[in-house]
Design a protein around this ligand. Structure first.
Ligand code: AMP
Ligand code: ZN
Length: 471
């Protein structure tokens, strides 16, 4: 039996995937902060998890995928103030824009949950942490005491002393510079909610601990996001959740994506080098973007380079054309020729390689290589043949359907009225034969040349005119 292996940031190793409940996978991925349009860096991370979602389903698991929307945070407050709108107005607008981007990219989590819709649940957990003495109240908020949580640093593999050094905001009232806010007390003109300790708003980390466990259970299988979230966000999530429930591990597998870079720098709003998903979709469309993302392993960085997108567009078009052509060459006939038997073997191997690659930590570039190798073999095959056995065609078609449903490409319907194409070619041949009979060779040669350019080879033989598709 084949097994899925995945790289777990928590253990730092590739592990055999065994979900906590048989046949079921519960997965949470940190979502965006919608204070502006989302960019292609976000699209990279969410496409990666979408492909993981699709592959797990293909392998027979029932997957539940939850994504949060951070709808209260410093950046949102600042942008809303700049635009003279309420934070609710701002996040309503940009979360809708985000849902639209995800929909067009064919990415569909089962649940989107908003932080501000879960304040009471967050307060419950913070209360528990205060009662258990993991959290304390000071002038500006309620803080988590990282010294109380002995496993702090286990995800990012850092020692507590090291972590402390990296903190940016030294707050003299905190017990330890590494302590982080669970609840921030109200500041003027900021959205706020009542709490047992005073009005305020939640810190960023608590929303993910609370919402993931609300929808997926106290312990669940996969938690993911970009690798920038390993520390402090995910480290803090683990601390809060395991301290509150007393159960370990809160999450069994931690998966992190590499950055999408542009000119060697991480694409991010703060660096001012973003390409909105919206713009990229207009230029390349969802399928080219998705195929481009999967051309690199999800843990590796990827450079957003126009020439690579252009190459991806051409590759995708070549596969579409090949499948169109193959459809036209179908013939129902009994035995397979030698060339067909060989091709059948290659299809079988490509299938095996594809599955092996995807089972090995979702190795999409390797899986894609098996697809492109098969494309090469099919091209070689049809160079010399103008027909393909219907049963073999169906096997090839099923391989491509499998591949395209996992990667979310080749979904466009390109209907070809096959019979009409054939009849039109026959008609042109009849007209050309008549021209030849009238010795109008210049014109008949011109027709032959034009047909060749269209991929139709005309041969004048003693038995009459023959034609075949050429690739
Ligand atoms: P943010 O909007 O920055 O909170 O990011 C939301 C999600 O997108 C997080 O999982 C980030 O790690 C991920 N993300 C943001 N920028 C990039 C990028 N340039 N490449 C890959 N993932 C990113
Ligand atoms: Zn999160």
């Amino acid at each position: 039996m084949m097994e899925i292996k995945l790289f777990n940031t928590l253990s730092g190793k590739k592990e055999v995937f065994r979900p906590l409940r048989r046949g079921e996978v519960r997965m949470y991925v940190c979502g965006p902060t919608p204070y502006d349009y989302s960019h292609v860096g976000h699209a990279r991370t969410y496409t990666a998890f979408d492909v993981i979602h699709r592959w797990l389903e293909k392998r027979g698991f029932k997957v539940k995928w939850v994504m949060n929307i951070t709808d209260v945070d410093d950046k949102i407050i600042k942008k809303a103030q700049e635009e003279g709108v309420t934070t609710t107005e701002l996040v309503t607008r940009f979360s809708q824009e985000f849902f639209r981007d995800m929909y067009i990219l064919d990415i569909h989590p089962d649940i989107y949950c908003f932080a501000t819709g879960h304040i009471s649940e967050m307060l419950e957990v913070i209360k528990k942490l205060v009662e258990k003495d993991y959290a304390y109240v000071i002038k500006d908020g309620v803080y988590f005491d990282v010294d109380k949580f002995k496993d702090y640093g286990k995800l990012s593999k850092q020692k507590r002393e090291e972590l402390v050094k990296h903190r940016i905001e030294p707050n003299p009232n905190k017990r330890n510079p590494g302590d982080f806010a669970l609840w921030k007390f109200k500041k003027p003109r900021e959205p706020n909610w009542p709490s047992p300790w005073g009005n305020g708003r939640p810190g960023w980390h608590i929303e993910c601990s609370v919402m993931s466990s609300k929808y997926l259970g106290e312990q669940f299988d996969i938690h993911g996001g970009g690798s920038d979230l390993i520390f402090p966000h995910h480290e803090n999530e683990i601390a809060q959740s395991e301290a509150a429930s007393g159960k370990k591990p809160w999450v069994k597998y931690w998966l992190h994506t590499g950055f999408l870079n542009i000119k060697g720098e991480k694409m991010s709003k703060s660096l001012g080098n973003i390409i909105p998903i919206r713009e990229a979709l207009k230029k390349w469309g969802p399928e080219v973007l998705r195929l481009f993302f999967v051309s690199k392993h999800y843990r590796s960085p990827i450079d957003f380079r126009e020439e690579h997108l252009e190459q991806t567009r051409e590759s995708l078009e070549r596969i579409y054309n090949l499948l169109d052509l193959l459809k036209l060459l179908r013939k129902s006939k009994g035995v397979l020729s030698e060339a067909e038997i060989e091709l059948k073997e290659k299809v079988k191997n490509a299938k095996k390689e594809f599955v092996q690659a995807m089972d090995d930590d979702f190795n999409t570039p390797k899986a894609l290589a098996s697809v492109f190798n098969l494309v090469k073999e099919i091209n070689r095959f049809i160079k010399n043949k103008n027909e393909i056995n219907e049963a073999l065609y169906r096997e090839i078609d099923s391989f491509f359907k499998d591949f395209s449903s996992v990667f979310g490409v080749l979904q466009k319907e390109r209907e070809i009225k096959e019979e009409i194409v054939r009849e039109l070619i026959e008609l042109v041949i009849v007209v050309r034969d008549e021209l030849r009979r009238q010795k109008l060779f210049a014109l008949s040669d011109e027709i032959r040349k034009k047909l060749k350019e269209l991929g139709v080879v005309v041969e004048d033989t003693k038995q009459g005119t023959r034609w075949r598709f050429q690739h």
